[in-house]
Design a protein around this ligand. Structure first.
Ligand code: ARG
Length: 423
């Protein structure tokens, strides 16, 4: 072991993480603070802000590009059709990626502690710490531990001549990465307030823009190409964010239940996530059996819950992934979605693994597959709902009206298929 007294801070250059720098020295007695900013697809301006603030603070600053690992996790979430209360989990999925990238830097630079600028009210403190507490490094949360408020921080920053700007989000708290842009705070805290259009940066208000189609190719449930052209995951997401965002696709306004029990009003933009989740689910609709879809919906829900909690590395998620991967072996094919007026809807799907028989389902053919005829359904129709009819009839027994027909095993009905009308 070394005798360094060095802490690695998750650093964005915003107010919270900026005040953390002197606090870690003054209040916690660290000799050295290093700042780490992890790139999960934030806008360029945020890196400029982080670098400028770090320079002004004299902070040793590292930037780690984790976009590929993050995009990979986003695609894994697509295989689980993952949303939490309507939100595709951009912030939640990014945190474990950011936390482990910071841990790597901390270990590389002989740090003995890790720090974040999260408050004690949100989800991110839990998501960071579950990763960090798996290491032997100490974990510090100055804002939470010292009970700091925004006003106190602003005053402290002024007294200490710290470089704090308004932040890129203005009066809002904004969290942006490849998968989603989250906006909260200010007048949006009143759930009865209709958000002004200026809160959106990725999506244009649906206007009369002409509809557009985009075809997504999936292999084993993972998106691999757009309109027939193979693209790497990061570019694929960026392209769809622009393309679908121009049609106003992927806006969500939700009352979100945080892990600690507080509700929060969040506004999200996530055009690419909406397109990919919509297309993926449409492809599953074609290739998975009815019982797989039904059971997988429960698995997916658990996956999303754990992802929201920042627990994508939990044994439960590994086990759920085992089931999901088995189902995704057939989730290969193309889905075309139509982008129009703020909506994205699947309009075509094809796969070599379709669990679908056109001839069986067709209204045009008299005969069906595997020598099954329409008449074969007669026996099933007689049994269908039999128990319900009996149960319901038990109430009318008082009137002595027992008119339930027992299914008759002997009955064999054959009818000329051509004579049967479709319903
Ligand atoms: N509520 C979301 C989550 O916990 C996003 C949090 C960050 N949002 C923000 N506007 N700063 O995943």
């Amino acid at each position: 072991m070394t005798d360094t007294n060095r802490v690695a801070l998750a650093f964005s250059g915003g107010l919270d993480t900026t005040v953390c720098v002197p606090l870690l020295e003054e209040e916690y007695g660290y000799d050295e603070v290093i700042g780490v900013t992890v790139d999960v697809g934030q806008p360029e301006s945020e890196f400029a802000e982080a670098a400028e603030t770090a320079a002004a603070l004299g902070l040793e600053h590292y930037v780690v590009d984790a976009r590929e690992a993050f995009a990979e996790l986003c695609f894994q979430s697509v295989t689980a059709n993952a949303t939490y209360q309507g939100y595709p989990l951009g912030t939640a999925l990014a945190r474990p990626v950011i936390a482990s990238a910071i841990l790597d830097v901390a270990l590389e630079h002989d740090c003995n502690a890790l720090a974040h600028g999260c408050t004690g009210k949100g989800n991110d403190q839990l998501r960071f710490e579950t990763v960090w507490r798996g290491s032997s490094l100490e974990v510090i949360a100055p804002i939470r531990e010292l009970g700091l408020t925004r006003e106190w921080e602003l005053e402290y920053a002024e007294e200490h001549d710290l470089p704090v700007e308004g932040g890129s989000g203005g009066r809002y708290s904004v969290d942006t990465n490849l998968w989603s842009r989250a906006v909260e705070g200010s007048e949006l805290e009143d759930p009865a307030t209709i958000p002004d259009d200026h809160i959106y940066k990725w999506t244009t208000s649906p206007s009369g823009k002409e509809a557009e189609f985009v075809t997504v190719t999936f292999e084993d449930g993972y998106p691999v190409a757009l309109d027939g052209e193979e693209v790497d995951p990061v570019s694929l997401i960026e392209t769809l964010n622009e393309q679908a965002g121009a049609h106003g696709v992927g806006r969500t306004d939700v009352m979100e239940d945080r892990m600690l029990g507080l509700k929060v009003r969040e506004n999200y933009e996530h055009p690419a996530a909406t397109v990919l989740l919509t297309a993926h689910e449409a492809l599953e609709g074609l290739v998975l059996t009815a019982e797989e879809r039904q059971f997988k919906a429960q698995v997916d829900q658990q996956w999303a819950q754990k992802a929201y909690e920042g627990l994508v590395d939990s044994p439960l998620v590994a086990a759920l992934d085992g089931f999901i991967a088995e189902t995704q072996k057939r989730v290969t094919g193309n889905v075309t979605v139509k982008l129009e007026g703020g909506h994205c809807r699947p309009v075509a799907r094809e796969s070599p693994h379709a669990a679908y028989s056109e001839s069986a389902a067709s209204f045009d053919n008299a005969d069906v597959t595997e020598s099954i005829t329409q008449a074969d359904a007669t026996g099933v129709a007689k049994y269908h709902g039999f128990q319900s009819r009996l149960a319901n009839a038990s109430f009318s027994d008082a009137e002595g009206d027992e008119s339930i027909d027992e299914p008759d095993d002997e009955s064999t009905t054959t009818t000329d298929p051509a004579e049967i009308a479709h319903d």
